[in-house]
Ligand binder design. Sequence first.
Ligand SMILES: NC(=O)c1ccc[n+]([C@@H]2O[C@H](COP(=O)([O-])OP(=O)(O)OC[C@H]3O[C@@H](n4cnc5c(N)ncnc54)[C@H](O)[C@@H]3O)[C@@H](O)[C@H]2O)c1
Length: 356
Amino acid sequence: MAESTNDQVVVLRAQDIATIIHGVGLDRLMDEMILAIRNAAGNLDPDVTMTMERAGFQYDKPDLGLVEWMPAMELGRTVAIKTVGYHPSNPIQRSIPSVLATTSLHDTSTGALQALVDSTLLTAMRTGAASAVATDILADPKSSVVGVVGAGAQAVTQIHAISRVRPIDRVLAYDTDPIVAGTLANRLPLTIPVDNVDDIGHLVGGSDIVCTATTVDIGGGPVMPDVVHRPHLHVNAVGSDFPGKTELPLSLLRRAMVVPDDTEQCLREGESQRLRADEIGPDLAQLVKTADAFEPARGRLTVFDSTGWSLEDLVAAELMIDHANRLGVGLRTNLQSLPDDPYSPYGTLLGVDQRD
Ligand SMILES: NC(=O)c1ccc[n+]([C@@H]2O[C@H](COP(=O)([O-])OP(=O)(O)OC[C@H]3O[C@@H](n4cnc5c(N)ncnc54)[C@H](O)[C@@H]3O)[C@@H](O)[C@H]2O)c1
């Protein structure tokens, strides 16, 4: 947890996240993230750990986008709130990622801000890690081919995370922007052949695991066809995270066992928004808690409906704070106004005025 005194806030900037990753190692950090999310889901006690569906502002001026907040609380300890912006025009128009995020941690004894954590890379890593948790339970153990539809930032961490739980030796990639698809291999932290395909049906039919991670428009899906596929196909549907924005064909979804990360949120904005509640399977927490019971599911079509769960953000931020404290990384700064006299909000300012 954040080692902050009442008046000191731990700030982890992009450079601090990079220093931690160099110190820990990218593979090890991803392994830790996968384990931490699995443990958090598996030990979830709703009386102790509370998460809320995200909310936010959506707009179409000057460009289509949104800024949302994603809260989670460990009772008696910490509230984590990630603020996340999604602006799909960012990469092409501004050369910055579509998804930008920051997490704040607050002490529930006092309400004091404990930490601010740059969470853009962490969001990509925890999204990959959550898919790896679901994949590890649901995918055929021999899965070796991952197909990605959408080859942007999330595709990188999907492939990386899945490679930590399955013996992946080939990637099939499709993106509506061939330049993005063409650079995917260079953006991966592992050496693995990446075949760029024009025919998405070929990608779906030839993959053991498919990850959809596109910025498809609202109403623009599906991004892949419902074609003949391997009987054990597992799909991580990552890009459906907004009402009306879906990536999978409904016919495929209806045949699958669908595992939402957060059921209420998925019913509103995930793939599950087109399903009835009784067509949806166990959520991620239930899946992890009773993982052995789902071994037979490894032979059938399964879908992880990933909208992004605020618990993952709490876990990711705390993991980084633990490493920061161990490695002595990050700023410790007096960010908050904490006057000596708690009844005197003007505090020393009054003293200065009086001396004048
Ligand atoms: N589930 C989660 O927890 C989570 C977390 C982060 C991001 N996301 C979502 O994942 C999606 C991808 O995010 P990103 O950071 O990788 O964005 P990105 O901009 O880096 O990449 C998205 C890619 O999708 C491609 N694309 C758009 N429409 C397509 C289509 N119909 N078929 C194939 N490719 C298409 C774009 O050309 C682009 O290269 C976004 O919708 C984002 O909101 C989900």
